[in-house]
Design a protein around this ligand. Structure first.
Ligand code: ADP
Length: 222
């Protein structure tokens, strides 16, 4: 059997945004290369990454020597230095990194990143603003049955956040301590779905769990 290798990812630029991406990926179990040109940042991230490397990522040779080519995903979270962000993204695409996600400062920066082949362009504050607004207005719980003081059954609409994901990959039992009793799509009901069953946007999920966990899933998982 092939030896299972851990997925390797890199985060370049350990400011507020890059730093939180790095910590979260590391916590989730990825092998994370944390890269910054500032030594202080590197010292801060030694315990929150697999390898913390001090370098200027506009130096192509240094990037190659750091083993960046083993990474399937690289997040470029360089903030104000737009020139460095663009050059780093360009080098990564020239090195054939399949998924380069870059943080953009403004629309001009966005346009250039698009041109040079960034696979995803992120505007953290703008994207988060939309997410907050959607969460505030979304009425995701369709029906709710109190089973006891603590437990409930709820019916919720699946949002694009879980679209295309299997129940196994969502890991809802562990993350939210809830169980999916059934999935309703169009008029077809799948009772006791299997881990490999996939969820689609607008599926109706019938779940059971502690009320506080159902609430947490609705707010954070959907
Ligand atoms: P944020 O707004 O997310 O806090 P910052 O602009 O403060 O972002 O942080 C960006 C980080 O990127 C800084 O820690 C900076 O040292 C790092 N950085 C900037 N240019 C380069 C570069 N060429 N190579 C490596 N790291 C860089």
């Amino acid at each position: 059997m092939a030896k299972e290798t851990k997925k390797q990812v890199a985060v370049i630029g350990l400011g507020r945004f890059g730093g939180s991406v790095c910590k979260e990926l590391y916590k989730t179990g990825y092998e994370v290369l944390a890269i910054d040109r500032n030594t202080e940042k590197i010292n801060q991230y030694v315990d929150f990454s697999t390898h913390a490397i001090q370098m200027d990522t506009t130096d192509e040779e240094a990037l190659s020597n750091a083993g960046i080519k083993n990474c399937s995903h690289v997040v470029v979270a360089i903030g104000n230095d737009i020139q460095s962000s663009i050059l780093t993204t360009l080098i990564l695409k020239e090195l054939d990194i399949p998924n380069v996600w870059t943080k953009a400062q403004n629309q001009y920066h966005h346009k250039v990143l698009e041109r040079i082949g960034a696979d995803r362009i992120i505007h953290p504050e703008y994207d988060m603003g939309i997410r907050v607004a959607q969460n505030m207005v979304a009425e995701k719980i369709i029906d709710y049955i109190d089973l006891s003081d603590d437990y409930s059954i709820a019916e919720l609409f699946a949002t694009p956040i879980v679209n295309g994901k299997t129940l196994a990959s969502l890991d809802l039992r562990r993350k939210y301590k809830i169980n999916v009793l059934a999935i309703k799509r169009d008029n077809r009901l799948t009772v006791s779905p299997m881990p490999e069953d996939t969820i689609q946007t607008n599926d109706l999920l019938i779940i059971i769990g502690l009320k506080k966990d159902v609430k947490r899933f609705q707010e954070k998982g959907l």
